[in-house]
Design a protein around this ligand. Sequence first.
Ligand code: GN1
Ligand code: MG
Length: 364
Amino acid sequence: MDNKELEFITKNFLGNKTLQYSKMLQGGIINQTYLVALRNTNTSKYILQKINTNVLRNPQIVMSNSSRISEHIEKKINSNKELFYKNFKIYPCEKGDFYYIYSDNSYWRLIDYIDAKTVDSKNVNTRIVREAGIILGRFHTLLSDISISKIQESIPNFHDTDLYYDRLLICAKKKPERLHKTIELFNKIKEYRYLVDVFLNLKEKKLLPIRIVHNDPKLDNILFDSEGKACTIIDLDTCMPGYLTFDFGDAIRSITNTASENEKDLEKVHFDLERFKVFCKAYIHKVKSFIKPIERKYLAFFTLLVTYEQLIRFYKDYVQNDIYYKIDYPSHNLQRAKVQLKLLEEMLMGYEKMKLACKAFNTQ
Ligand code: GN1
Ligand code: MG
């Protein structure tokens, strides 16, 4: 995408403005993201994103959800000035939609650029972990009273771990080449399948409340300001009805990893139980007024489940020759799966301690 095209698309959201510069940003492994700077505007910097419609097949729903959520958050922070949360504005295009369809049929959106940064896994420390726990708790609090009926499913079955497992089995039959070379990992996935049964039981009995949650609050989606305070959670693509426990698990999955999700050296990958405790304490403190006892009870379990789910998803994408996640080298998805497996196995070793920690903070 060249500057002329980016300027053309931006104009559809902001009117006749001149592009000063643009920069492609790395980060997410789904959408294509650009930082665009304009001349003579108040805000001057924006995030322009091409929505990956192979993954987000219904961009209309994604954008209707995101704009409603952002409006809800805006109202809440305006009515309580003490609430520390940076909301980002999502811009409508000339036609009034919160997306613009370019001539090649690609879908684009424009949001405010927030002057804050993600934290690299190498730089995670106790304060960062605590801040992440606080901001996820605050995000859930902000959305705890949004009307569920206003928000639709942007990706159906997004956290159906059972379905990911079944799809992997189908894929294994259709595309056995890569699977045969990595049979040990596949067998490990089968070994831990019992985690899905626990989840299915919870789902069937409808034991967990449905809430509007983020569904992808990994560390890379949390922004920190220049003072190191977590100030917002980005990427509302998957923000839809779901379980709060999945969000907790996903944030933990990423923040307790002593290395990156893409680490090549497995020796560097460990599950850090101390980080789990710090995050858990900060998070529970923020949500204690509305979290249900059954949700508290399963926080540690969902940490295992979401890590297992991510392991299946990366591995399945490897087996199916990498059609979902962006990759940098041929075995990238396999390596990502190995990282999740290592984390899962260390989490399983620490599971009793994790549950004890959750219990301790629950009663405080
Ligand atoms: C994807 O959008 P992005 O790149 O932050 C994925 C998440 C995974 C994550 C793993 C829509 O997130 O579910 O947990 O990669 N999002 C989608 O890094 O599939
Ligand atoms: Mg995303």
